[in-house]
Structure formats: structure tokens, C-alpha cells
Write a protein that binds this ligand. Sequence first.
Ligand code: ADP
Length: 219
Amino acid sequence: MRRKEFVVIGLGRFGGSICRELSNLGMSVLAIDKNEELVDNYADFVTEAVVADTTDESVLKNLGIRNFDHVIVAIGDDIQSSILTTLILKEMGVKKVTAKALNEYHEKVLKKIGADQIVHPERDMGRRLAHNLVSSNVLDYLELSDKHSLVEIVANPAIAGRTIIDLNVRARYGLNIVAIKRNDDMIVSPPASEMILEEDILIVIGSNTDITKFEKQML
Ligand code: ADP
């Protein structure tokens, strides 16, 4: 695999942790922030760390940002800078821009100006936690679109000891069990005859309303 080249703009908690993980994964990372102290903190473990204000187009041009594979705009509270930076990046022809949105309005604008991927870490983490708080059997909750999600559910006694056909989740709830994690194994596309064991982790996909119905009735 070719070593992918990333740019991370904004070295707060979110952007900082992206830099750390990408570097750990062996990727090339150019880290940018207008705060010199933060840039110094990252200088040792990313490929290059630069102090710059990314709302200045000439700065981005001089850094050759256009040639990178993927730019992550992790600017937090300063919505104006986040929007302006994303706009300049897309106008310059950067192929893939992922931007962090603070709220729905911010997300809407980012979408309009061409951000390729928009992440909403606080909102998404809040949703995941809420599902886990309501039922400790829900380990993870990943939103796939406005209407569909993928959830990881630990089989409780109400589910365990029954086969997939017996549970009949597809007909009763409109959900699909796409995989079962059992110890270190992963049963992908399990057959309808598969018996679910206690502590199995079911990976279920479906509409948000169907998932909520299933969580309320089965967990
Ligand atoms: P988090 O919630 O992830 O901690 P922050 O708002 O604390 O986010 O961090 C965002 C970072 O983005 C800050 O370090 C800030 O200096 C940086 N930043 C904001 N505007 C710009 C800009 N125009 N150019 C470069 N960096 C910026």
C-alpha cells in the first residue's frame, strides 16, 4: 500500500488525536495550526508541522496542499475559519476534504461548499453513549445515513439460545444480522440456522426506527 499523505488543520483535541493515530499507522502527516505552541508539540512525531493561518489562500498554495491525498479540517470553535478553509481547499482542487462540524447549520454550509465528508464527533459520541446508557447491551452505534444505522449488540438471555430464524428479526423488525462476533471469530453473513450464544456480539443493520423498536422490545 502506498503511504498516504494527509494534512490535518487544527491541532486541538480532535485534530491532535487524528495526527497521533495517522502517524502511528505509518501515514505521512502535515500538521498545521496557527498556534505555535501546539505546532511545536506535534513537530516530533508528524512528518512536518507548520504554523500557518489556513484562511490565507497563498499559504495553502505555498504548502502545496493540492498534492496531498486527504485534508482534514479539524478547526473547532472558529466556524468562520473552518468554512473559509474548506472553501479554499475545494476551490484549489483538493480531492478529499473531511471537515468537522460543530452544529447542524455548520454542517449544512460545509456540505454546500463541497466538503466530501463531514464529521460531527460530539453529536455522534453523544448518540452512541445515549444508546449505551439506555441499554448496556448496545456496545456501539454507527450512523450510516440520516435514516440507517449499524449497531453492535451483546446477546442477552432473551436472544441467546435461539437461532436467527427463530428470532426472525428480518420479518419482525426489518433488521439484518450481518455478522456475529464470537470470541475471536467473526461469522460474516451467518446462516439462518445459526444458534446465537450468550455474549455473542451481533452486528445489526437497519433503519433507526426499527433499531429503536428492537432495542426497546428485546434488550
Ligand atoms: P477541539 O474541540 O478539537 O479541541 P479546538 O477549537 O480547541 O478544537 O481546536 C481547533 C484548533 O484549530 C486550535 O488549535 C486553533 O488554533 C486552530 N485554528 C483555528 N483557526 C485556524 C486557522 N484559521 N488556521 C489554522 N489553525 C486554526
